[in-house]
Each structure stands twice: as C-alpha cells, then as structure tokens.
Write a protein that binds this ligand. Structure first.
Ligand code: GLY
Length: 369
C-alpha cells in the first residue's frame, strides 16, 4: 500500500473511492469511462454521460457485492430488521439527485440519477422514492442477504428492546482490513466475529471522478448505520454532507459517522476551502480538524474525507487510523493510506476490528473486461 503522493496536476481521467472494497468498484467504473465496458450482470448504466455512467457503475458494483457489509445487498438492516439504502449523485450545485430510505430498490445512485435528470427536485425519501423508482421502470428486489439476517438476529438477541439507538455502541468503528486480510474488504466483520456478537459500524462508498477534459462528478451509496433507528438518514444522500461538486473548483466525499459529517457539512467545507484558495491538503485537514473541534467524540466515531481539485490533485484525511482509499487512473488501480490522520496514535481500535486489520494490502485479482 502506498502513501497518497498524488498531489500533482493531471490531464488524464481519474476515479477515486472510499475504502479498499471500492478498488473493484472503481475498476468497473473505469471500464465504463474508457468506453469499452460490456455491462456486467446486474449492471446497467442509464445514461449517455460517460463520467456519470462511470460513477454510477462503480456504486452499483459495490451495491451488488454481498461481502461489502456497509453498502447495498451486503449491508446491515435497521433496528426493525428492514434494510434501507441511501445514495446520491452530483455534477454541480444545480445538478444533484439524492434518495434516502429505499426499501425495495438496490441501487440508490440509479434512483438518485433519475431524480436529478427527470425531475426538478433534488431529494426523495422513503416509500415515495421506491414508488418513483417503480414508475421509472426499476425493478423491486429483496435487499437483505442471509448473512445480514443472521447478523440482525444476533443483534436482536443482544438487544431485545429492539429499536434502541445503536449508534452509541462503542464496540466497533469501521476499520478497513484491506483486501489481503481475512475480511476481504469488510469493514465491520473483518474476521469471524466472536460467538453471539453482532457487527457494528458503517460506511459508505463515495466515488469522485474527473474526466480527461476536466469534468467532475461524484456519487455515494450506503446502507447507513447498522441497526439504526428506523427512518434515520445519514450524510450520504445530502449535497454538501456526503459529497459535493463545484465545477472549476473541485469535489469531495466524506465517509464515516454521518451525524458528525452532517454536523460540519464536511464535503461542502472541503470544497469551500479549495474555493477560498486552499490546497487539497488544506481542505482534507480542515474537515478532520473541524470534526475534532466538535468535541464529544466517541470510540466508534470515524470521519474520513477525499478531496480532489479541478486539476486532479488528490488528498485525503481521516480522524483515526483504519481508513484506506482506492485510486484508478491511467497508471492502474491502487490502494493508498490518507495523507493525514488527526489521531494517529489512537489506540481505541475495537478488539474485533484490531484482529482483522492487515498492515499490507494486496490488490484484488484483475477482473476480465
Ligand atoms: N456515512 C454514512 C452514514 O452515516 O449513513
């Protein structure tokens, strides 16, 4: 795994994603961007905009992966045992779509893109968002994997009171085990959990994209906080929180504890730092410093951000160790550690995460294109 060291201007295309599991996802996006992708099973980009198609393809890839336990089909349900998915796609402050609380449609970013392209609205929620997806011909599917069902049953056994707010449980925060570790990219179940334990923690795939002619776009997809209070919505579907794009300036995506990310409008803060003349490093640091300044941080809290400027320079920062980002450009795909970790010596890794944390991260086998 390399340090980021990508703060050079680039004239080529690039895709960047949160967490090691996004390496395969942005590879799928890259093939779409390069224009030679045959859609994989279950993948169907909806538009004729190669950059948006690439962002959408990347998020959809993660949605479909049952081993990604924080997004899409592999994600974990709310405290009622039902899945709900959030996501967004963004080109500019005027071109944005978000959707939250989907219970029947697997690809929030696809529904969000329909919101952006087919309506004058920006954010749809809940059952009406599912109905909107139906009306645009998207298929209803079962969102929950059998593994997620088992995890929910284990959690409910521990918490028979049901709808308590699980977000205060400090047992686990998202720690990326890397692709070479026993978790194979899982954030919350990096190894075999102790008997009777249920996983906790959460995180989003956020993807930033820049085309070779300098266009910018971003997308997010998440199942949100595991065992959340039904109806809870995090940062991912909201412009300025989980993602933000300002053409000619830059773009950012944040991942981690949505309540913290929303509290400082983290992605907007990052891009606004660029707009006011800061570097990508300034912008990334600003987000985690402002997170720290909020105070009252708990052991399970994590916030990480990736920032790209209009010239394709990239920087990333995290509140705590355990965040990895993935980059795909003309030099290939690779995993990187963030430039800056606010609390590098934070020893508060939960036991279950510590067991699975791999120091070296190997890339996954290349998929056939
Ligand atoms: N960052 C995703 C969420 O909090 O829902």
């Amino acid at each position: 795994m390399t340090s980021l060291s990508t703060d050079h201007r680039r004239d080529t295309a690039v895709l960047v994603g949160t967490w090691s599991f996004s390496l395969a996802a942005i590879e799928a996006g890259w093939r779409r961007l390069a224009g030679h992708a045959v859609p994989e099973v279950g993948e169907e980009a909806t538009g004729d905009d190669p950059l948006l198609d690439a962002i959408e393809a990347a998020c959809r890839h993660a949605d479909l992966d049952p081993d990604v336990d924080s997004v899409g089909f592999g994600g974990l349900p709310d405290a009622s045992g039902r899945m709900s998915l959030d996501g967004a796609i963004m080109r500019s402050p005027l071109r944005f779509g978000g959707v939250c609380g989907l219970r029947r449609h697997l690809h929030p970013v696809t529904v969000a893109r329909l919101v952006m392209e087919r309506t004058e609205h920006r954010l749809l929620c809940g059952e009406d968002a599912d109905d909107f997806a139906d009306a645009h011909g998207l298929e209803s599917v079962e969102l929950q994997s059998s593994e997620a069902r088992s995890a929910f049953a284990a959690w409910r056994d521990r918490h028979p009171e049901g709808t308590r707010d699980a977000s205060g449980d400090a047992r686990l925060r998202p720690v990326d085990p890397g692709l070479g570790g026993p978790g194979g990219g899982r954030l919350f179940r990096p190894g075999d959990p102790p008997a009777g334990a249920a996983p906790f923690g959460h995180d989003t795939i956020g993807v930033l994209g820049r085309s070779s002619d300098g266009e910018l776009a971003a997308g997010c997809s998440t199942s949100g906080l595991p065992f959340k209070v039904p109806g809870r919505v995090g940062d991912s579907p909201i412009a300025g929180h989980g993602l933000f794009v300002e053409p000619g300036v830059g773009l950012a995506t944040a991942t981690g504890t949505g309540e913290l990310i929303s509290g400082i409008s983290a992605s907007f803060l990052a891009v606004e730092t660029l707009r006011r003349g800061g570097t990508v490093h300034d912008a990334a640091r600003e987000v985690v410093c402002r997170t720290e300044a909020m105070g009252d941080l708990r052991e399970h809290h994590q916030v990480a951000v990736i920032v790209m400027d209009a010239g394709g320079r990239i920087a990333s920062a995290a509140l705590r160790p355990g965040f990895i980002l993935a980059i795909r450009d003309a030099d290939g795909g690779r995993l990187c550690v963030p430039d800056f970790v606010q609390r590098p010596d934070d020893a508060g890794l939960p036991e279950s995460a510590r067991e699975g944390f791999a120091k070296s991260v190997a890339p996954p086998p290349q998929e056939d294109s």
